[in-house]
Design a protein around this ligand. Structure first.
Ligand SMILES: Nc1ncnc2c1ncn2[C@@H]1O[C@H](COP(=O)(O)OP(=O)(O)O)[C@@H](O)[C@H]1O
Ligand SMILES: O=P(O)(O)O[C@H]1O[C@H](CO)[C@@H](O[C@H]2O[C@H](CO)[C@@H](O)[C@H](O)[C@H]2O)[C@H](O)[C@H]1O
Length: 482
């Protein structure tokens, strides 16, 4: 545990920035490895140093002879055994893909793991155990909350397997929502390959055990950049994005219709409304405590929330939950794909699994288009005006595409949409202050402009709000998000 505790704080997925982890082993599951002297385990470790404690999954390969992956060495035990970061070691990656494609149960050490191949890929999963050990695999780079392994089998479509780092009791919406959309034939989800479901000890639960998803695999669409990077470039080059944004609006609407068909939906009861508005207010309280610049805006934001609470509400249903340009990709000839249905990492998992409002996703994407202008303004102040115009056109086209494909009249829900845009910007103010403080001006300005636009105007004219102005602080290319 000591080696892992020393190595963990430097990992991108470690959420406890600012404190040293205090680790306790909850259990582990082990995959079969043919190579002598090598073990592939996935450890479940609780960080009791976090408040509340966080359960992490840490795949580790033990190599008695040392092995060659020094770059990904976690530490060396007293007996000389090398501990390697599992997603970077072929012993773990190969056996994990086997478990998912062939199904079956890993060896339990206090924690269990069951592989489930997708029912839609029957016939694909007859590879003999161990066969995938030779499939070239690499960890996807970049800033991510989980660890994704990309496999490139010869003669087959590549596969991406996301190893969830933070574990929760209950189904992970990333798995259940995408699996259900796949079964419903949605063209906006990469085809599902399978998942791993686990069980571990949990003294906090009446039954003493918790059950949740450990990994999820789907087709990897190679050579496609996420839309955030594509959009930044398009805005910088003055390239119109209206057609793409309209098609994205339609894709989001189709995914919402698919989720409505696949999961329960319910009229907005007082109880459900209170759950949503309570979360807005709790988040605002956290934001004001962490971002003092928000204090003067608090009353105005609350007024938006009250107005939305009293206004029209559509049915609640399952949604994406954390939709932004970094979560969508446009594949040539295949159109838009939505990724990462895990919801906002800062929200409790139980909230993320509750029925929600489709306008949350619309608001998330509208905020993301505003971020394109905001980031351009920070990075290249001289391009600010063009980027604003680009954003206005993309926002309007996105809303048009959404309304046309969903049949939902968004003007009826304008107060709700404005409240969700504000709530997202409040979330972003916390996120940026914690992770990229020099980017905090982007949501802070958006909040000021949404408030300025007033409850009637905000968001209904997607092209008009928010229009941030002012002088941008200087920034360099190194400020671009990873
Ligand atoms: N099926 C896929 N095909 C191509 N790229 C993908 C796929 N799934 C994820 N990615 C890329 O990986 C990035 C991170 O994936 P994501 O699901 O958002 O992980 P995390 O939960 O760690 O944030 C995405 O922004 C996207 O660029
Ligand atoms: O890591 P996740 O994909 O779950 O999302 C988190 O990080 C995002 C930053 O990468 C953050 O998104 C914010 O910045 C984006 C540009 O980098 C912008 O497009 C989004 O609109 C903005 O919210 C996201 O909020 C956070 O949950």
């Amino acid at each position: 545990m000591a080696a892992i505790a020393a190595w963990m704080p430097a990992q991108r997925w470690f959420a406890g920035k600012g404190h040293a982890p205090v680790l306790r082993r909850i259990g582990a599951w082990e995959l079969p490895v043919a190579e002598p002297g090598v073990r592939a385990l996935s450890l479940l470790v609780m960080d009791d140093g976090a408040e509340p404690p966080v359960l992490y999954q840490v795949p580790v390969v033990e190599r008695a002879d040392g092995g060659s992956a020094d770059e990904h060495l976690i530490g060396v035990l007293d007996d000389g055994t090398h501990l390697i970061d599992g997603p970077h070691d072929p012993a773990f990656t190969g056996a994990l893909l086997d478990l998912i494609r062939a199904g079956g149960r890993a060896v339990a050490h206090g924690a269990t793991a069951m592989g489930h191949p997708s029912a839609l890929r029957a016939g694909d999963s007859d590879a003999p155990a161990g066969a995938t050990a030779r499939v070239p695999a690499s960890v996807l780079g970049g800033e991510q909350s989980n660890t994704s392994i990309v496999y490139r089998p010869v003669g087959e479509a590549p596969v991406i397997c996301k190893v969830f780092r933070q574990l929760h009791h209950g189904d992970n919406p990333d798995v259940t929502l995408q699996t259900a959309l796949g079964v419903a034939g949605s063209p906006h989800i990469p085809p599902v390959v399978g998942d791993v479901l686990g069980e571990w000890d949990d003294v906090g639960r009446a039954e003493g055990r918790a059950r949740g998803h450990l990994a999820f695999a789907q087709e990897f669409l190679p050579g496609v950049e996420d839309a955030w990077r594509v959009a930044l470039l398009a805005a910088a080059n003055g390239q119109d994005f209206a057609d793409e944004a309209r098609a994205l609006g339609a894709a989001v609407a189709e995914v919402h219709l698919g989720l409505r068909g696949a999961f329960e939906h319910a009229p907005a009861s007082d109880e459900l409304i209170a759950a949503v508005t309570g979360a807005w207010r709790r988040r605002l309280a956290i934001a004001v405590a962490e971002v003092p610049e928000l204090e003067p805006q608090r009353a105005a934001i609350e007024a938006f929330y009250e107005r939305a609470e009293a206004g029209a509400w559509p049915d609640l249903q399952r949604v994406h939950g954390d939709l932004h340009l970094g979560q969508v990709i446009l594949a040539p000839d295949r159109g838009w794909f939505l990724l990462d249905f895990e919801g906002e990492p800062m929200r409790p998992m139980a909230e993320r699994r509750s029925p929600d409002l489709p306008v949350r996703d619309v608001a998330g994407m509208l905020r993301s288009f505003d971020y394109v202008a905001g980031a351009t303004e920070l990075l290249h102040p001289e391009q600010a005006a063009e980027a604003r115009a680009w954003t206005a056109s993309a926002r309007q086209a996105f809303v048009d595409g959404y309304v046309a494909a969903s049949g939902m009249d968004l003007t009826v829900y304008r107060d709700l949409l404005a409240a969700f845009e504000l709530d997202k910007a409040v979330y972003e103010a916390i996120y940026e202050t914690r992770n990229r403080p020099h980017w905090a001006p982007i949501p802070l300005r958006a909040i000021a402009h949404l408030i300025e636009a007033g409850p009637l105007e905000a968001s209904t004219d997607a092209a008009g709000a928010p229009q941030a102005g002012g002088t941008a602080p200087d920034a360099t290319a190194a400020d671009a998000p990873a």
